[in-house]
Ligand binder design. Structure first.
Ligand code: S3P
Length: 441
């Protein structure tokens, strides 16, 4: 990992953003490609894999479960699938690092195995809620224990699960995915109903591996016992990583910035709509021909320095932009007038409490804001100050405040940035090449 726990960024104020860049592969899609490849029959090839710490944790866990995985190049992965019944006991706790997606999806994958597993993670992950996944899996007959709702997660293998019809209490793609993965080995048809649309990468990728996944309105369903067949997956660049540069472009790309090959799955691109509502100059050049194997649409996205105005964020966009709020709040701080986000309680249980962490950092930079139970109010439009920001070890908080440097009046220092490597290896170099005056200390 680049830098230790004490690693910091220092960003000199100002700068001009320009050029063309390609951010690394999508984290959500990389996790899923590894897992489905592991339980498929035959070989799977992943191109554009995100070699970030989170996905490497998933890779190592699958290896510990007996899956043969090769990585001939950093972004190319070859998996010899073991089939639905082919995993074996790991023999030691599986360490998911900082990766909530890995832990929650593995719960669904491991609950119906013939062996026991224990899942652990880093300090942040050990504080995150896991009952949201354990509860529906128990309804299927799984034997799962958490410690007061949190990891370690202890799973007693229960290979005879039954299908359930489950209405998600929170809009969570991770919970939906865990239930669907468990449903692959359950008797009957598993149905999951979402209170609002969430990212559908699991459904798309299951289809690419030959599984029949049905969509009936807000409900997604699959029949247990279906086999997966190995395939080729091309992972697009991660929209959530591109997001930092979309906002950077809005703040400082006088001559424009082009982001190449970005995944634009509509269940991920709420930020585009939010920025456009603010008046951002963004053009999406969708690739017409090549919907990638795995069924994910991609585009080149062009962004220019824009005069932003504050908005009230439509609640329907919140789950579609759930990981982008840290950097969206930076855009809001620079937008003329007031911005209000409500209905975003989920932000409090991410890698850190992202509402509190952003409110705290914005206050350091002199931005008037009010932390609400389920959201944040911001009065934007004044020049930002500088100062020292606590990232609380959260990769997206760290990168969001790095972007803020473009609009600051003096230097910004960001503490505890090592976890940027969980989702965006090479962030520093790419940010610098785009024009950010950023250094690691
Ligand atoms: C993810 C789902 C989201 C998101 C996370 C990745 C996924 O979490 O915040 O970064 O890959 O399914 P929730 O399911 O908790 O909303």
């Amino acid at each position: 990992m680049a830098g230790g726990a004490g690693a910091r960024y220092r960003i000199e104020p100002g700068g001009d953003i320009a050029g063309e860049l390609t951010v690394p592969g999508d984290k959500s899609i990389s996790h899923r490609a590894l897992m489905l490849g592991g339980i498929a029959e035959g070989n799977t090839q992943i191109a554009g894999f995100l070699a970030g710490e989170d996905c490497l944790a998933t890779m190592r866990a699958l290896q510990a479960l007996g899956v043969l995985i090769e990585r001939p190049q950093p972004q190319t992965v070859r998996i010899s699938g073991r089939g639905l019944e082919g995993l074996r006991a790991a023999g030691a706790p599986l360490d998911m690092g900082n990766a909530g997606t890995a832990m929650r999806l593995f719960m669904g994958l491991l609950a119906p195995q013939a062996f026991d597993s224990t899942l652990i993670g880093d300090e942040s992950l050990m504080r995150r809620p896991m009952e949201r996944v354990a509860a529906p899996l128990r309804l299927m007959g799984a034997d799962i224990r958490t410690r007061e709702g949190r990891p370690p997660v202890e799973i007693r293998g229960a290979p005879r699960l039954r299908a359930i019809d489950y209405a998600l209490p929170v809009a969570s793609a991770q919970v939906k995915s865990a239930v669907l993965l468990a449903g692959l080995r359950a008797y009957g048809r598993t149905r999951v109903t979402e209170p609002a649309p969430t990212r559908d990468h699991t459904e798309r990728m299951l289809r690419a591996f030959g599984v029949e996944v049905l969509r009936e309105g807000e409900t997604v369903a699959l029949e247990g016992g279906q086999r997966l067949t190995g395939t080729s997956v091309a992972v697009p660049a991660d929209f959530s990583s591109a997001a930092f540069f979309l906002v950077a472009g809005c703040l400082a790309a006088q001559r424009g910035l082009l982001l190449r090959n970005v995944g634009i799955n509509p269940t991920r691109t709420g930020l585009l709509e939010m920025l456009q509502l603010m008046g951002a100059q963004i053009r999406v050049h969708a690739h017409r021909q090549d919907v990638l194997p795995g069924g994910e649409p991609v585009a080149d996205i062009e962004v220019r320095k824009s005069r932003l105005k504050g908005i009230r964020v439509p609640q329907s966009l919140v789950p579609l932009a759930i990981d982008e709020f840290p950097v969206f709040f930076i855009a809001a701080a620079m937008a003329e007038g007031e911005t209000l986000v409500r209905g975003a309680l989920e932000l409090r249980v991410k890698e850190t409490d992202r509402l509190a962490a952003m409110a705290q950092g914005l206050t350091v930079l002199g931005v008037e804001n009010q932390l609400l139970e389920d959201g944040l109010w911001i009065r934007g439009g004044s020049r930002l100050g500088g100062g020292t920001i606590e990232s609380h070890g959260d990769h997206r908080i760290a990168m969001a405040f790095a972007v803020a440097g473009l609009a600051a009046g003096s230097a910004i220092e960001i503490r505890d940035v090592a976890n940027v490597a969980t989702s965006f290896p090479g962030f520093l170099e790419i940010a610098r090449s785009a024009g950010l005056q950023i250094e690691m200390q």
